[in-house]
Write a protein that binds this ligand. Structure first.
Ligand SMILES: *[C@@H]1O[C@H](CO)[C@@H](O)[C@H](O)[C@H]1NC(C)=O
Length: 310
């Protein structure tokens, strides 16, 4: 289930709403990494800590510190902290990554896209409703804590906003399980929901999300034709099977022995349906052995397809 949720999110993030593609930012060790999207929200594609050439970040450095160009540690901390924000400034020495090549002067190399999405910031004790109308919420990222000293600081003594490296790691999974797939969802910036990642600091909750049409499911009994439609959008297949996985679907007026086999899968179904349908706004797929071959002779089968419109 968790795996399915994850793949679904990746699929949906991979497709729509790309505004700017592949900006790269290099930051020499110890400096501030600054990512920014003029329009849209940051989505990190790759982030590497180490050294892969001699020229980058070599000013005033002895040869011994720039000679090793075979040092590349893939890191996830920058994506975890910056995804879903418009702007993200990080002290790279506070990221807590291990040293991949001791003695070499390293740099961070982060490549990111700017994608369409919405960002809400909720000060401590406040709450907000995410609303996708008839579409469904897909959370991009969320953090309860504090990443800068300005946000939600009005009238506060500066001591209460000093810690700007405050992240509650479980925020994303909590908000995702509350909101993903729903049309509306109310979230509250409270330590009772997320626990307190930095006691004595006034915190806030940032949540970024997008609205995507909910996946559609279509079932066509053997020897009928499935019709997939997406209006002005395009079909993206999420899952598909030609066979039988329960005894109730397409069972009316069937003899018992043709619906009793409920472990009938044809793994190639997804590829066959995707080849016929993906990228189109409408397509027809006959649920027949002629199209798919027969994964369980003697069983009355059906084609089940889950797809989204992107
Ligand atoms: C930074 O990463 C990008 C994407 O992986 C790569 O194309 C580029 O060569 C890297 N730059 C440096 C200086 O390592």
């Amino acid at each position: 289930m968790l795996f399915l949720k994850f793949t679904l999110l990746t699929l949906l993030i991979a497709a729509p709403g790309l505004l700017v593609s592949g900006e790269s930012v290099i930051t020499c060790d110890g400096n501030l990494q600054h990512l920014t999207c003029d329009t849209g929200l940051i989505l990190v594609k790759s982030s590497v800590y180490g050294r892969t050439d001699r020229h980058t970040c070599n000013i005033d450095r002895p040869t011994s510190q720039v000679a090793n160009t075979n040092c590349a540690l893939k890191i996830s901390t920058i994506a975890e902290r910056c995804n879903g924000l418009r702007e993200c400034e990080l002290k790279t020495d506070l990221l807590g990554n291990p040293d991949p090549c001791y003695g070499t002067y390293k740099y961070h190399n982060t490549t990111y896209d700017c994608i369409n999405g919405r960002l809400v910031v909720i000060c401590e004790h406040g709450y907000s409703t995410l609303d996708c109308g008839d579409d469904s919420i897909q959370i991009i990222n969320a953090n309860y804590g504090r990443a800068d000293s300005k946000t939600c600081s009005n009238g506060l003594p500066s001591g209460l906003t000093l810690n700007t490296n405050c992240y509650e790691k479980r925020t994303l999974s909590i908000v995702a399980s509350l909101c993903n797939g729903r049309k509306r969802c109310t979230v509250e910036a409270s330590y009772t929901i997320f626990t307190d990642p930095c006691f004595g600091i006034v915190k806030y909750l940032t949540v970024s999300y997008m609205c995507t049409p909910p996946p559609k499911e279509i079932v066509s009994c053997e020897d009928t034709t499935a019709v997939l439609t997406c209006g002005a959008r395009r079909i993206k297949i999420i899952s598909a099977n030609y066979g039988r996985t329960d005894s109730t679907t397409c069972s009316s007026r069937q003899p018992a022995n043709s619906i009793k086999h409920t472990n009938c899968y044809l793994p190639r179904t997804l590829n066959i349906v995707a080849a016929r349908c993906e990228g189109k706004s409408r397509c027809e797929v006959p649920a027949t052995n002629a199209v798919f071959s027969d994964p369980c002779y003697g069983t009355y089968k059906y084609l089940k397809v889950v797809y989204s419109c992107v």
